[in-house]
Write a protein that binds this ligand. Structure first.
Ligand SMILES: [Zn+2]
Length: 415
């Protein structure tokens, strides 16, 4: 199973480093916007350029000449712009209103060639050479950073530097993937008219996808508990200064939690894009408090935020977001030839079908059911459509090739 971790780390930047990062971001945005202009055509989506290699060949040398950016940053800016244009073209094809993407947020993508990680600092390529801001790490050990970025069990994937204009700080979002036991992605069957990624939001894991990726959120839980502990300590002092400190702490915590959920949202969208999914299906969250009485408030908050962010950002990548009725998705057997539904099927994190014996991680079972429910609903709608072409359309669910307990199961098509 594929386990990803994200560490969001605040950078302690000096005034010179700050200037260097802002100037780098300006030039990065210049590259991204110039690339988007080059790729875009208002006439027709067939005129838009979306071949990354061709665009890079056409623009790379010129952008290197025009800017002081390091090679990899120029390439990253081109890549980001081409992907955005591609997302717009997808929406255009579906008849939605689109216009040439523009980039204004100071956000830069770094990889192992443009960023080097040390225990307490990172070295980042900028237009003024390398800068090495140190991390603002919480006092406790191990921090999420130490656990996932420096750990040998996790492989560094990429990081995104974001400037937050509200609190005037730079944050590094570092993405890692566990190196052992990565499951193979099943081959694309090539015919589906729509492919769905199902997402289960739960108590055991923050989010689980039908492709078998887990966002466990235990680092999220850990830091929420730490903030809570600090808050209680301050409140006990009861002074005005302590009261003000509690308010400041609350602001910091909220900013931190938003950053965290933002990163998970981006990863969920990447998961959909990497698996060629057109749709991300969530369960309806309206009655989530009633359905998950044991969920902590910060989880319920996280679910709502996560859904909001994904809904807001997925369309940029040509992915739509849908919700399905949540009834019994956790108690139902996700095997398409079974579907037996019973409360006894689920025991905590473990799912075992009382009828066919299918055993699997309970959240993963839920993610598959959510995806399947969307697929069935859509097929039903298409079958009753007046257009004959729509009636043959296929809706598939993207799943993982294996299960947590190692037993294989039948790949699921949209029924
Ligand atoms: Zn079953």
């Amino acid at each position: 199973m594929d386990v990803r971790r994200t560490a969001v780390v605040k950078l302690a930047v000096s005034d010179e480093q700050r200037d260097a990062l802002h100037r780098t971001a300006d030039q990065y945005l210049y590259c991204a916007n110039r690339t988007a202009d080059y790729c875009w055509s208002d006439t027709s989506f067939t005129e838009c350029k979306t071949n990354k290699r061709q665009v890079r060949d056409a623009l790379y040398s010129a952008l290197r000449e025009e800017t002081d950016l390091q090679a990899q940053l120029v390439q990253a800016a081109i890549k980001r712009a081409v992907e955005a244009v591609k997302g717009c073209v997808e929406r255009w094809k579906k008849g939605q209103r689109v216009s040439c993407p523009t980039f204004t947020a100071e956000t830069m993508d770094y990889d192992t060639r443009s960023a080097t990680f040390y225990r307490n600092k990172v070295s980042l390529a900028t237009v003024e050479g390398r800068v090495e801001p140190s991390f603002v790490l919480p006092a406790d050990s191990p921090t999420p950073y130490e656990q996932y970025v420096l750990s040998e069990d996790y492989e560094f994937r990429e990081s995104t530097l974001r400037y937050d204009p509200v609190d005037d700080e730079f944050y590094l979002h570092i993405s890692t993937r566990r190196t052992d036991g990565d499951a193979e992605v099943p081959a694309d069957t090539g015919h589906p008219d729509q492919t769905v990624l199902g997402i289960d939001l739960g108590v055991n894991s923050l989010a689980v996808s039908s492709t078998g990726t887990f966002w466990q959120g235990d680092d999220y839980d850990h830091w929420c508990r730490e903030f809570e502990k600090r808050r209680r300590e301050m409140q006990q002092r009861g002074t005005q200064a302590a009261h003000n400190a509690v308010l400041r702490l609350g602001k910091r915590e909220e900013a931190w939690r938003k950053q965290y959920i933002h990163t998970v949202a981006n990863e969920l969208i990447s998961e959909a894009v990497e698996h060629n999914c057109d749709v991300i299906a969530f369960e309806d969250l309206t009655d989530i408090r009633e359905r998950l009485p044991h969920a902590k408030w910060h989880h319920v908050w996280a679910f709502r935020r996560l859904f909001e962010y994904v809904s807001y950002k997925a369309p940029e990548k040509g992915v739509t977001v849908e919700q399905v009725e949540p009834n019994h998705t956790s108690q139902r057997c996700s095997r398409t030839d079974c579907g037996f539904t019973h409360p006894d099927n689920r025991r905590g994190e473990h799912f075992e079908c009382q009828k066919c014996g299918y055993e699997v991680n309970a959240d993963y079972n839920g993610a598959k059911n959510i995806g399947l429910r969307y697929a069935r609903k859509r097929i039903h709608r298409l079958r009753s459509s007046p257009k004959s072409g729509d009636r043959d359309a296929e809706v598939n669910l993207r799943v993982n090739g294996g299960t947590l307990n190692g037993k294989s199961h039948q790949p699921i098509a949209g029924d």
